[in-house]
Design a protein around this ligand. Sequence first.
Ligand code: BMA
Length: 978
Amino acid sequence: MFARILMLALALPALASAAAINLDLGGANSWRVRNATMSAAGVPATVPGQIHSDLLAAGLIGEPYNASNQEGQKWVALTNWTYTRSFDASAALLAKQHVQLVSLGLDTIASVAVNGKPAFDSDNMFQRLRVPVKHLLVAGANTITVAFSSKVAAAQAGADACDVNTSTICPYRRDNPVQHGWDNANFIRTEPCSFSWDWGPAFAPVGLWRPIALEGFDGAVVRDVLVEALPASRATAAASGAFEAADAFAANDTSDAAMVARAHRRTDRELNLDAWDLQVTVFVDGGVLDCAGAALAVAQAAAATTASGATVTGTVSVTVGGTAATAQKTGVVVGAGAEVAVEVKLSAVQAKAWWPNGFGAQNLHNVTATFTPDAAAADTASLTVRTGFRQVELVQDPLPGGRSFFFRVNGVPVPVKGSNWIPADAFESRVTRDTLAPLFHGLRDSYQNMVRNWGGGIYQSEAFYDLADENGIMIWEDMMFACADYAVPDAFLKSVAKEVVDQTRRLQRRPSIVLWAGNNENENKKPSDTTNVKAYSDLYFRTVLANISALDGSRPLTGSSPSNGNETAAAPFAWDDQSEFYGDVHCYLYDVDNWDVTAFKRPRFMSEFGLQSWPSALTLAGVFPPDQQKWGSDLMTNRNHHPQGQEQMIQQISMHFHLPREPWWSHSTPALEKRVWAQYLWLSQLNQALGYKVEVEHFRRIRTECDAVTPGCNMGRMYWQTNDIWQGASWAAMDYTGRYKMVQYYTKKFYAPTLVSGYCVHWQDCAVYFVNDLVDGAVAPADGVLKLSLHSWNEGKLVEWDVPFSADPASAKRVWNGTQAALLARANGKGEHGCSDATKCILVMQAYNGSSLLSQNELLLSPSMNVVTTMMPPQLAASVGPPRAEPWLDDASGGAALPVFDVTLTAQHVPVAFAWLETPFAGHWSDNGFIMTEKSVTLQFFSREPQLTQEALQKNLVLSDLSETSPEYGTNNGWPKL
Ligand code: BMA
């Protein structure tokens, strides 16, 4: 609950000033919006909001996501829209020395007028604009007007007008036609994917997308608080006894193993993590005019007539909540219309560290900065921000053949387990803490510790970063530039510089943000291409990164993703942005067998990879008309924005599975057609889940394996992508409604801290690894038992045997190996058929530490499932138990109790290939889509619906598995089930 109150208080950071007057100009239906052909009375409009949500609320357009509405709503983005509201300016407000209009975001090309007089223009949706407007206000009724131009038209005009004499380059960005969107978003500073992407729609909305307010004050306000924290000292007891792999090697050992251990060394035993030195930067705002780009000229012209006011002097003091720490700086001088940055240092603040998910608690602390004027006539102002103290390094030390690339937090190397985040809606005002909380729950619950806020979207809301801070989800924060070159005339660079400064000042205090990155996939320049290289350097090195590092020295920077890390800066570009020896890599494998472990790269850090899938039929049925609910329908084609996306998915599925089809003896019926459609969608998810599983397990196994010839030593994987922007084909693990695709369930298994993982190279030479991410947890040789067993599809478990193993902390190691032939031979003479060939059996692996099961996993020994012919119909049944109330979701209710059900699933025959439970209710399962090896298993359903009953869940539960999708698996008995 505490977190929620604080969040509301922080929504408009400057509202905390004691005697200042703040007039929020937002609110539901508080504005009117119209276009040139509508009456001046306009349509009720909500701020923050978007034009589409206003037109939808007024009944003027349908839900943009329904059916093919997107196509019919293109006119909205091609139209200019004018927002107006009236408000009362009180005598008390007008009596204030300064009245600033503060906008936290206008999307994108806008002119703002107060009482009909120009106040400022805007051309960058990511800027915060502060403009003195007292001279434009009158006592009593006032009006404010924000006139937006179509951003699609503005982008096109920018491209048309691009002049190589001022821009160096004019890079027209053509989107792929299958995206059904618009080109040239790179000519304006807007959300790139609002013009369409290969997983998202083209709505290009305009509107006041972030809050706007009038702020009146005498003297000054505290505008921003930035906090840099470092462990106060090295620990006095240097060798605390903590395990350190590098200790095992003599100082003069130059072997690859020694080099790897040294590069990945743990330094936390050298740090005192209970006391922190803080450098707090407090921005004190004396009514500054703060605009750039198009905004500036108009604002300057408007403000020039009324520059007034007196200098204020005072004291800035800083306190850290829950500690005795306090410090101050006296004699601070703030000129009227100026802004000063005041640095206050606090040493050895006694406070606990913030840790990423899985490595410790997410301790958060309030830091309050107060400006107390010397003269009583001015206002006392203060601002409280929530932060956390941690040290983060991006370690790039020598490794065989190159350099490492991994994050060390508070001295502990953290293998990154994550995914890439895209905007959660095309209309940001629909994204609330309630939208985000289930997604962050999914991240935390699946052992993820990082998401990359991808550079083609937006700098996210406060709620997003609150949840990241609270859940220990580290953020790799891209700046919003993606998949394009950019023209860089001076005005553009100035606009970007202000954007970057604004966002850094807003976000710097967030412990979750561990890296600032210049862009997504733009660093593919060749040093010979000097024109592009200069434009690139001007934008990212001299403008973006230079402005960030001037404000924040507390976290690392990288130019791009992918890049060669520090090698890039030296080059000055990635000599090979797919190098597996340096930096990070993106790699998509659409036309190869994703069950073949030799297909995968061995990079230091894999920041993007993945396969497309569809949301489930339940999700699509919410927006697909019945006649479109079939494979290959127009809407299916329309909603796959990836070139050849459908063909690739079919190819991928058919590499390993039979494609679903209607039975040859039956006439097609709508019910059959829908069933086949649902099975296609499900198989696309199964294909994705297994592909990610095989690839992630590969990355985790090679944590410490690399030499000068064979790369590896992988310490990071983030699959593409966490979430969805709408209901369409994509790489997401959680769909637009929050429903888990199968890969989300698999994520919880392949990212678990302890993992047993097997593979066979080309189905011949096999090995089993044990991966241990636990920093202090080891498995002693006396305790580690690997139980291996062979299960045949038609006879169940045939043979089981034990293999002893041990594990060091923070390690990955091979614990068993042998040929597949020898493995299968273990079942000779067992049961009726044994494992006469690889299509008959699977390997089940269980890793025990004493009596506790650390990890269970299965290895499909056959190169594909479509050669398996011996499955038995499992005859699944489920019994739902009574609900118990658990506050499992930290949504806006502050974690109110929600029903959790135990559900017992039984099968007549095991193993079951990919047992699947489905319900229309919002919520998720403790596991799903799994290979069922026991005849009875108890799962949990975590409902997001407070009123869900045992009876309703029991009645609306659908059970299925792979055998239902084709008789050829050996289960023609009863096929197909309807
Ligand atoms: C990468 C991303 C995105 C894209 C994804 C899937 O290129 O950076 O641009 O959506 O691949 O194609």
